[in-house]
Design a protein around this ligand. Sequence first.
Ligand SMILES: [Zn+2]
Ligand SMILES: [Zn+2]
Length: 327
Amino acid sequence: MRAMVLERIGEPLKLVERLDPEPAQGQVRVRVAACGVCRTDLHVVDGELPNPKLPIVPGHEIVGRIDAVGAGVAALAVDMRVGIPWLSHTCGRCRYCRDDRENLCDHPLFTGYTRDGGYATHVVADAHFVFRLPDDGDDVAAAPLLCAGLIGWRSLRMAGDGKSIGLYGFGAAAHIVAQLARWQGRDVFAFTRAGDGAAQDFARRLGACWAGSSEDRPPEPLDCAIIYAPVGALVPLALGAVRKGGRVVCAGIHMSDIPCFPYSLLWEERELLSVANLTRKDGEELFAVVGEAGVATHTTPYPLDRANDALSDLRTGRLQGAAVVVP
Ligand SMILES: [Zn+2]
Ligand SMILES: [Zn+2]
């Protein structure tokens, strides 16, 4: 197999050849057709998340077909089209697993962070954490659903059922969530970096009724807001944009420090919460509605050996929608 590997934090990924991984008991091996590039991958290569496995193959938005099945796997077979998400393994025993909150498991493994991921021709995964996908379909278009879509869906649900919703940072997740929110009949307000007219136009094309800079006040107080950009300064801005009783959801795994803000921004029963990881149920829910909602992802493909370019284009905001590595 070939893989793009992070050997040391802060270094570019290196293309390496390795023996194909063998699926252990309960695992499958997948020939990767496409792997989305998530902002979390930048946090991994930059060392902003603690204790990554090193060396590590990043990538946790994987679409491909099973090409080998380990012992004890009954539900999956060779040639099935599947998706592999960020949540790769849970203990099944801790209080969070028992309480239907496996996204908070005490002893999890994560694809592309503590277990090798999808910037590669092949990857192994626990069969129980793999999603079956329809047999036909565009692999590149489906890849961003595996994290941007999943975390997007979870964050949208946790934002509550308010009609007007603000999305801060209009990247891979927001461009999917905007379509889901429109399908649900909500009004979408898109907030981007100041002066990013291209992202604001993109948001309007996806159905946003208003798009502007994160520093702008929306034309009316919003019911809820979700922050996708890893920028702590957006927290007080978003709290200032929601109405009394409104809710602000932080959807990223890492964020710069949140600046001090006056209590009046939280007062009047505004709520502030974070979303961590995903559950398998989130995936089942998302894949059940994504076709009906008519979600179309906007992708930019990169060959495997150009994964570093995909990461740097994501970092500098040169992309519209999602980058996808195609081995
Ligand atoms: Zn657990
Ligand atoms: Zn992700």
